[in-house]
Design a protein around this ligand. Sequence first.
Ligand code: RIB
Length: 292
Amino acid sequence: MSKLLVVGSISTDFVVETKREPKVGETIFGETFQTYFGGKGANQAVAAARLGAEVEMFGAVGSDVFGESLINNLKENNVGVEYVQTVDHLPSGSAFITVVNGDNSIIYVAGANDAYTPDCLFQNQQQLDMLKRSDMVIVQNELPQATIEKLIDQSNQNRIPVLYNPAPARKITEKLMEFITFLTPNESEFQEMFPGQSISEMLEKYSNKLIVTLGQKGATFHDGDKIVTVPAIEVEHVVDTTGAGDTFNGAFAVAYMEGQSLEECVRFANKAAAVSIQKLGAQNGMPTKEEI
Ligand code: RIB
């Protein structure tokens, strides 16, 4: 079984469905409210575990009621939590999400996710062994930047492939670009990371490395010869796109670890993402292989 290490955020999502966004100073009626399990790191870990990978998670939660159920949820989804830390000085991470016609907007409050500083990484030999035994590492941007850089550096030293999902967007150095195997921004993250650059130019510059996800249009990369765009699967009734990108990344990692070609990985990830947006909540719609 392929072994995946996911280092990232673990949060509770507070989700309101509403017909439109309120204007400044306005109060409007929402349709529904519910809490869901979220956090880009936890979402990607669950997506990969549902698809059959052996997944271990590194991250932090607060010592509050949310923290306990966030850890239980990971366990129930067969994600290893031995190295997830519980901290007292910050509340568990949270995200405040409005869903309008299936599309979401998110305010993320890092809380305990910010406590996952570089010192937390590889505190002991077991943690380092965990990295060395992994077939791939995934990381996103809901943790402190210094932690991400240390993780990528260690992974590179140990020749472990890194999938870096730069969400929310942050600028990236050439050095970090060299160390990662895949970078998977969506279109708006791409614009923030590479201001003034065209997608096609950057795809060619970072061929077989940069994969830009295009929502309903699918995902695109350069195969060293030409640009390849793999169309998304059409979905009749989109319920909630929250977590679609996370499902894409988790599924991509699973296909990559199984030795599939880049195009096959993207095709598989597109399929998983299409299934995932048919239920409310980031993790609820994430499919198993059979469901795909
Ligand atoms: O990618 C979706 C996730 O990002 C949500 O689950 C929420 O936690 C946010 O941070």
